[in-house]
Design a protein around this ligand. Structure first.
Ligand SMILES: [Zn+2]
Length: 245
């Protein structure tokens, strides 16, 4: 563990990190990319006596490198912190790494393989997987997740994901995206195992009157009439529509 001259550890507490994420709109303050690092701006880490969320910015690795090498100025970061890119546009964004092979979707207890429309709701695709536009290009995964109030929190279009800044918290760590509605209330935990697996590990989502609840190895679909279907260890393979509700 690294400490500065004032005995401050490099490790930032999870609460301070969340405050920084909320303040920055969950992405790089300069360009809006959703894969980020925490950078002490003013004061810099060597001069800091505490981890002050107002003095720390989210930066993507590329913008971070431009600042630390001196190619770009700290003034640019300070300016961006006052008007973060993600809060301007309403989302942070990045791409999933999918190649020229049909990706699979593990949705709680259901594995959907080779299904162009893994899940459809009320006749509309909730997710779609389209073949490459040109040979050698990637398959194109699209879809959306909503929270327990039916608000879109994560939308995906041709492998580009956008996480809405209206969420309480969006945390991108290693190969996962975690979206929380409030403290200790995870609405979505999505993991990727590139280049062809997308895994919904946890979900609590309401769409078109249906509640989708996934946790580890099950998927429960609650219907407006009070009924519920539970799916565990199901595999849908080579179906035009994997699951339809
Ligand atoms: Zn950036």
């Amino acid at each position: 563990m690294t400490y500065n001259a004032f005995g401050l550890s490099r490790d930032i507490s999870s609460d301070v990190k969340r405050l920084v994420r909320q303040k920055c709109g969950f992405g790089c303050v300069i360009c809006g990319l959703g894969i980020v690092q925490y950078e002490h701006v003013d004061p810099e880490f060597k001069d800091a006596r505490k981890h002050d969320p107002d003095a720390i910015a989210l930066l993507c690795p590329q913008c971070h490198a431009k600042i630390t090498t001196g190619m770009w100025s700290k003034a640019r970061v300070k300016l961006a912190m006052r008007n973060p890119k993600c809060l301007q546009q309403g989302y942070s964004r990045e791409f999933f790494d999918i190649v020229d092979d049909h990706p699979s979707l593990q949705f709680g207890g259901v594995l959907l393989r080779n299904c162009p429309t893994p899940i459809a709701v009320a006749g509309h695709p909730l997710f779609s997987i389209e073949p490459p536009e040109y040979p050698g290009e990637p398959f194109r995964f699209s879809g959306l997740f909503t929270d327990s109030n039916g608000q879109v929190t994560l939308s995906i279009e041709d492998n580009e994901w956008k996480a809405a800044t209206r969420s309480w918290d969006v945390e991108v760590k290693a190969n996962s995206i975690t979206i929380r509605e409030k403290a200790r209330k995870i609405h979505l935990l999505l993991k990727v195992n590139p280049p062809k697996e997308i895994i919904v590990e946890r979900l609590d989502m309401v769409l078109a009157g249906l509640r989708f609840e996934a946790n580890g190895d099950f998927l429960r679909v609650h219907f407006p009439n009070g009924g519920c279907n539970e799916f565990t260890s199901c595999i849908a393979d080579n179906c035009m529509i994997g699951m339809s509700f």
